[in-house]
Design a protein around this ligand. Structure first.
Ligand SMILES: Nc1ncnc2c1ncn2[C@@H]1O[C@H](COP(=O)(O)OP(=O)(O)OP(=O)(O)O)[C@@H](O)[C@H]1O
Ligand SMILES: [Mg+2]
Length: 308
């Protein structure tokens, strides 16, 4: 076996997908371990079990034909209901991360309660701190629930068109007081006539997350601008600040769940805000991007297809 063939065999065997290679007579040439573990009858040389290729077995096959040495072969992905394997892994990782995030405030809560039973402790103060731990747990649970709601449904897109600017104004005025306490100026800009086919609540979710981040991280003296603009065939909703920013190499990771830049570790927050923003925007057919650099502020751009 030459090096290419050997490499191909390992790649196939170790694939995370359920994938099978067939010859031109539907006989199995090879299969990933994952496929052999979940589907019977994939031994080499055997004809692929009936129904697998036609989708009758509840598996939707994705077939990739190719030619090798003049022979026709096919690579067949056998995933159930779309890309379930990748999705399952994502889910498993997510559950682990959520449990980990919950454990920290729960451990602090437990130790506060234990301290409160000791003689001579400042009980009202301990209760206060316990309450703030509970708030943090509740916030996390709300965020997780909202994320899973987003993932399972189509609750993002609206049937009609919604003017964006009034929602931005509403978010800014709600957060005005917190912003001024943090020394961050809030500005809203954009034509009141720009519309999107997205639920008003979702515009507020996006705007609120971006504004809260600026209030929390940009630093005193910074200005945060929420704006909506038309750009050729798109509508761009943007949150820009001129604060401390994030290291350039970390920009693409900001939208990952639970990702927090190093310097934010000391502050409260779970790292779900921008993951939620990304979900909302992509479910509405748009895309997100973070620009900036350390000391150069942060710009989060959400580009939507124009509502027409
Ligand atoms: N305007 C900003 N300036 C500097 N850093 C930012 C800014 N916005 C976000 N970040 C960085 O991006 C990280 C991820 O933000 P995200 O909103 O996803 O999570 P979070 O604010 O940490 O927690 P949550 O929003 O779930 O309460 C933050 O922890 C912070 O490090
Ligand atoms: Mg946030």
């Amino acid at each position: 076996m030459d090096a290419d063939a050997a490499r191909g065999r390992v790649l196939l065997e170790e694939s995370r997908e359920s994938v099978v290679v067939l010859d031109d007579a539907d006989r199995v040439i090879g299969a990933s371990r994952r496929a052999r573990q979940s589907i019977h009858g994939l031994e080499e040389g055997r004809t692929i079990p009936e129904g697998l290729l036609s989708g009758d077995a509840g598996i939707i096959p994705l077939v990739v034909p190719y030619d090798v040495d003049g022979r026709r072969e096919r690579l067949v992905y056998l995933s159930r209901g779309g890309d379930l394997t990748a999705y399952e892994e994502l889910r498993a990782g997510f559950t682990a991360a959520v449990s980990h995030e919950l454990r920290t405030p729960l451990a602090r809560l437990l130790s506060l309660l234990e301290t409160a039973t000791l003689p001579g402790e400042d009980v009202p103060d301990l209760v206060d701190r316990a309450r703030s731990e509970v708030d943090q747990i509740r916030e996390l649970i709300d965020e997780v629930l909202f994320l899973s709601e987003l993932e399972s449904g189509t609750r993002v897109v609206s049937l009609g068109k919604v003017a964006v600017r009034p929602e931005l104004d509403a978010v800014a005025s709600e957060l005005e007081e917190r912003a001024s306490r943090a020394g961050v100026a809030l500005v809203v800009a954009g034509d009141a006539g720009i519309e999107l086919a997205i639920r008003p609540r979702m515009i507020r979710v996006v705007a609120q997350n971006l504004a809260e981040n600026a209030i929390r991280y940009a630093g005193p003296g910074a200005t945060f601008t929420l704006s909506v603009e038309r750009e050729s065939d798109s509508v761009v909703l943007r949150g820009t600040d001129d604060g401390v920013g994030v290291e350039e190499s970390q920009l693409p990771r900001l939208f990952e769940r639970f990702f927090r830049a190093d310097r934010a570790r000391a502050s409260r927050g779970t790292g779900l805000g921008l993951a939620i923003v990304k979900h909302v925007v992509t479910q509405a057919g748009g895309s997100v991007e973070a620009l900036g650099g350390l000391g150069a502020g942060l710009e989060v751009r959400c580009t939507f297809p124009s509502a027409g």
